[in-house]
Design a protein around this ligand. Structure first.
Ligand code: GTS
Length: 222
């Protein structure tokens, strides 16, 4: 039997967190090897473990996979969280990409220079209130189902839950006008695997504080 997937990344959310979420929601146990210094990253590069010299990297089923979306696609396919046919998959991809766009804005805001912060916060609030949350609320309203696609759990729901939790952390009032999204959030949060991942002590990561950001800067040289 294949061993647990091994996740190689910095000990923080970043691009790996959506992968942790998907594995956890699928009920898959995983190990983590944390990159603590630029030498650790260099070692992985020298080993030939990183196709494009970047992380996240996940060892799974005898492969060393990089590129966040490729990793998520593989896990979603393997654990049947990717819809039942091409059309469902196209919808899932479309929603996932929207979720990536807003999640990326949130992650970028956390590490942006202080003089850009106000503008980023204001754009983020605007996009959340006026573009992304209304769009997802409209999708749920249009079909009246319990999940975004095909009336069953897919990777899009998991990614959306992760995003909604970040939004709530950033400004809880932003979620208030969206009853269907709030209901989706509670529904997915109460699924047993997800509930477990939400408990303290799980492999879910907290927001980055100033010390973590500094560590990340040293490793990834941004
Ligand atoms: N397209 C890649 C993905 O989605 O996985 C981008 C990966 C990426 O930029 N990784 C950064 C990295 O390895 C680390 S992080 O931004 O995800 O924290 N940077 C080092 C480098 O040399 O690019």
């Amino acid at each position: 039997m294949a061993g647990k997937p091994v996740l190689h990344y910095f000990d923080a959310r970043g691009r790996m967190e959506c992968i942790r979420w998907l594995l956890a929601a699928a009920g898959v146990e995983f190990e983590e090897k944390f990159i603590k210094t630029s030498e650790d990253l260099e070692k992985l590069r020298k080993d030939g473990s990183l196709v494009f010299e970047q992380v996240p990297m996940v060892e799974i089923d005898g492969m060393k996979l990089v590129q966040t979306r490729a990793i998520l696609n593989y896990i979603a396919t393997k654990y049947d969280l990717y819809g039942k046919d091409m059309k469902e998959r196209a919808l899932i991809d479309m929603y996932s990409e929207g979720i990536f766009d807003l999640t990326e804005m949130i992650l970028q805001m956390a590490i942006c220079p202080p003089d850009q912060k106000e503008a980023k916060v204001s754009l983020l609030k605007d996009r959340t209130k006026n573009r992304y949350l209304p769009s997802f609320e409209k999708v749920l309203k249009s079909h009246g189902q319990n999940y975004l696609v095909g009336n069953r759990l897919t990777r899009a729901d998991i990614q959306l839950l992760e995003l909604l939790l970040y939004i709530e952390e950033f400004d809880p009032s932003l979620l208030a006008p969206f009853p269907l999204l709030k209901a989706l959030k509670s529904r997915i949060s109460s699924l047993p695997n997800v509930k477990k991942f939400l408990q303290p002590g799980s492999q879910r990561k907290p927001p980055m504080d100033a010390k973590k950001i500094e560590e990340a800067r040293k490793i990834f040289k941004f």
